[in-house]
Structures are given as structure tokens and as C-alpha cells.
Design a protein around this ligand. Sequence first.
Ligand code: AVJ
Length: 329
Amino acid sequence: MIKPSSTRYGQAAARVQPKRADPGMLAEVADGLALPQKELPPKFFYDQRGSELFERITRLPEYYQTRTERALLEAWMPELVARLGTRTLVELGAGNAEKSRIILDAMRAAGTAELYVPIDVSATFLSQTAARLRREYPGLLVEPVVADISAELHLPRRAPAPALIAFIGGTIGNFYPTAAIRLLTHIRDAMAPGDRFLMGVDLRKDVAKIEAAYNDAQGVTAEFNRNMLRVLNHELGADFDPAAFDHRAFYDRTAHWIEMHLVASRPQQVMIPGIGVVQFAEGETLRTEISAKYDKASVGDLYRAAGLRLEAWRHDADRLFALTVGSPA
Ligand code: AVJ
């Protein structure tokens, strides 16, 4: 019998021993794959290759979010930061040093830049960014914090006030409603009265436009989606065959979010050391991401539920994306 290439791939992957599986990750994967609708958190997209694929997504013609948010930041930050007198920038999920620079430049121009606290799960990524920014902004104190923002939030206690806590990139979209409220409540609890919260949100709009952004013609998003399986192979020694899963992304008009799934193109069994054999029926899906879309009212509701007040709001002329500012209520 001729073995399909996918089986060979699986055996090859299984022979490579994982570095030592992270027990937290293993537990999360076990839980997610035991659900009737299999589901894994989008943070598992982002190894080196996943981060590079996401960088490519941000430059795709269909993916309007990154360039729109950047233009909004460039137009608004000099004025906002000067008015607030921002001395500390705390950045959650600092995956985007490029956009952080727009805020840091505005702080420097206002003459108030003192401390930058990038918070990210990736320690290597953080130390690289920190070293680069220390060189580029002499006089700016850079104190990176390694943390999973969805789990905890600790701000340095002696940060010069006022601080701007930035959560940009539309990453709030990855949080289910209760988790979003929990995250913003943690942020609210860490804020002093003069501090402000800056959050970027992708806006509700024509469904075809949203769906196109997650089904790009070049297939970069599909590769990004499948990359989660490579991460599981590499980190846990699993033997997923990424080629046996199709990319699917669709908008849920009731929940107001896009869902990304990986669809098993044939029945298959996947071995994950420490978990066991996981079955996929043909056509069965693994949900890898939601990306919630907001409008002014739903951001206001979210802020209110977290003890914040929506103080300011700016969107682009096409109403694709918005920057929102919250203050402790
Ligand atoms: C980084 C969460 C904002 O939701 O649009 C891009 C991730 N997923 N294409 C998004 C993503 C597929 C992105 N966020």
C-alpha cells in the first residue's frame, strides 16, 4: 500500500522530540480539543513563523486594519499625548513596536517621555524590542514585563504619572465578551485617576469586506491559520498534517465576530504526547480564533461593564477602524 504523503509527514514530525512540552500549554490544548466544538486560543499562532505570517497579513490589500489604525494614531497621538501630558506608556501585547513608536514619538515631541512598559508573553521578543528602543530613545526608561495579559496584569508601582495604557491592534477582538470585560476590569483596577486607556477596535461594517480580510487571495491567512498546527507539532510533538486541514473564515452576524476554523479534509487521528489520540471526522472543524467587531455603543457597554467611561472616540473617514479612550469611571 502506498502511504499518502500526509502520513509520512506525520511520522516525520512525531520523530522529533519536543523541547519539553509546557504543561500549561498542554492542559489548554487538552481542554480545547475535548470540547464538542474543538477550539484553541489564537495565541498559539504566534511562533517566529506565525509572527512573520501575521506581518505579511498586515500588508495585504484586503487587510485594512493595520494601516487604518496607524493613520489614526499618527493623526491623533501628538494632540492626545500633549493634552494628557503622558509620561508613561504601558503597552499590552506589545506585538507591534512599529505602532508603539508613533505614541513614543508623540511623547518625545511633547517632552514628557519617561517610561515605556511593553508587556508581552514572548520574553525573547520583548528583550529584542527593549534593546532597540533604548538605543532609539535615549533618556527613555524601558522596563519590559513578561506576562500573559489574559491571565494577570501588574503595572510597575513607581511609574511616572499620568500613564497611557495602550491596547492597540484590535486584539480585544480575540476576547469573548466575558473575557473582554475581565481584562478591562483588570486594567481599570491598575489605573490611577489621571491615567487613560487607549484601545483600537475593528468596526462593524459590510460583511463582505470583513470576510475578504480573513480570506485573502494570496492565501496568507490560510497559512497563518494552519501554522497553529505546526506550533502544536513543534511544541508538543504532535503529528498534525497541516495540509489535511482547510482554512475557513466566516462572519457571525449575531455575535458580530469573524470566526476562523481549520476544517479536516478527511477523517484523521492525531497523536499528541501527554494527551493521546485525537479524532477528527471529515469536515469537523477546529476553531482557532474569533475576532469581534465593535461599534460606539458596544465599546461604551464594554467600558461601562469594566468600570471605565468612554471619553473619546476617533474613526477613519470610511469607518473601518476606531481608536477609543477610556478613563476610570
Ligand atoms: C491581531 C487579533 C487583530 O483579528 O484581525 C489577522 C489577527 N487573524 N488575520 C485580527 C488575525 C487573521 C488579528 N488580530
